[in-house]
Design a protein around this ligand. Structure first.
Ligand code: TXA
Ligand code: MG
Length: 340
């Protein structure tokens, strides 16, 4: 990191120490950071995002010793998972100690903690005093920002600083695993898959509300119950054999266009040429689902930029990272999925 960048992060750290807010890149999505141990900072975060205050924030740390400073005890499972995946896209939930204000945890006695794998984020955390509370840096309900310009769009004028670190590497938020339940439980799927966690812990469960779209139970991560990632237009996911999917989407697109609507299609590298609509975008390559995770939120935001009224998306395999992709896509579509 050059001297100028370092000086900039020092200034940003001072803003956070003084109770201000700074948007910054992580490897997953951009975060909206404030001092996690300052209740006023957390209140400001909720206000800037327009987020309900019962939806807890993730506390970001830059080294293992700081973890022990905010929890009752560091569970054995946390050490193992940190060894395997930190710094990285994994958030762990543990019992908080008194240093963490309830404003940060949405009133809960547990706290979500993550060490991000991004040089800017890690230096900013150090410069800020060690603990940054940061939700994704979007207005509540909109797709998480994976480039700085969407932080500007949502938060400009509401926070003290936005740090541009280019497009993020992963593109979907961290996997959240709850270590306070008898068997560690995945509350939000992400880049670190169930199998990867199982390989380290031996046993893992998954909050069933995140895989069963018809479940009426309350998700254990409060944020998962809210409408999320929603583009401005209506989105429908279409699943089935490729040929049927393509012809159904083309048919429905033509119909919507004849009603004067602007239509967007979320295709993949191999199918984009097969569609006809106002805007057709490939979200990536099915052979490597990381490319899809990387582009999904950006593509949803770009359809907003293009004032698209109606969108159709192909569907993806629900295994590995596909589980996280489908979780976000289904939420973006309000669970509007059609089988052809
Ligand atoms: O990748 C990420 O995790 C990004 C970057 C910025 O680190 N952050 C992020 O934060 O996605 P946010 O606030 O958008 O999502 C945090 C999720 C919410 O669904 C929230 O309800 C859940 O974590 N959560 C936080 N603390 C929790 C707790 N103590 N118990 C259960 N769920 C919790
Ligand atoms: Mg979020």
């Amino acid at each position: 990191m050059n001297k100028e960048a370092f000086e900039g992060l020092k200034r940003a750290g001072q803003i956070i120490r003084d109770g201000g807010l700074v948007a910054f890149p992580t490897e997953t999505v951009y975060g909206l950071g404030g001092d996690a141990l300052n209740p006023m900072s957390s209140k400001k975060i909720y206000a800037a995002k327009g987020r309900p205050s019962d939806n807890p924030l993730i506390v970001h740390v830059a080294n293992m010793d700081d973890l022990a400073g905010i929890v009752k005890e560091v569970p054995e499972a946390a050490r193992k998972l940190a060894d395997a995946f930190w710094p990285g896209p994994l958030t762990m939930i543990m019992n908080k100690n008194d240093k963490v204000p309830y404003e940060t945890t949405g009133g809960l006695d547990t706290v979500a903690i993550r060490m991000p794998n991004n040089k800017i984020a890690l230096e900013l955390i150090r410069q800020s005093g060690g603990y940054i509370a940061a939700p994704s840096a979007n207005t509540s309900g909109r797709p998480s920002p994976t480039v700085a310009r969407y932080c500007v769009e949502d938060l400009s004028g509401k926070i003290e600083m936005i740090i541009d670190g280019g497009q993020v590497g992963i593109g979907l938020e961290s996997t959240i695993v709850d270590l306070t339940s008898p068997v560690p439980m995945i509350l939000r799927p992400g880049y670190i898959t169930a199998q990867m966690l199982k390989d380290v812990l031996g046993e893992i469960s998954i909050d069933k509300t995140i895989i069963d779209s018809k479940s009426t139970e309350r998700p254990k991560a409060p944020g998962m119950k809210y409408k999320h990632y929603a583009p401005k237009g209506d989105l429908m996911i279409v699943q089935g054999a490729q040929e049927q999917v393509v012809s159904y989407i083309n048919e429905q697109s033509a119909l919507a266009a004849s009603e004067g609507k602007r239509v967007g299609i979320i295709a993949t590298d191999t199918t984009r040429e097969l569609y006809k609509a106002d805007v057709v975008k490939s979200v990536g390559n099915r052979q490597d689902e990381r490319t899809i995770a990387h582009e999904l939120f950006k593509v949803l935001r770009e359809f907003d930029d293009e004032n698209i009224d109606v969108m159709f998306s192909e569907s993806f395999d629900d295994s590995g990272i596909g589980q996280a992709i489908m979780n976000r896509l289904l939420k973006a579509a309000g669970h509007n999925i059609k089988t052809v």
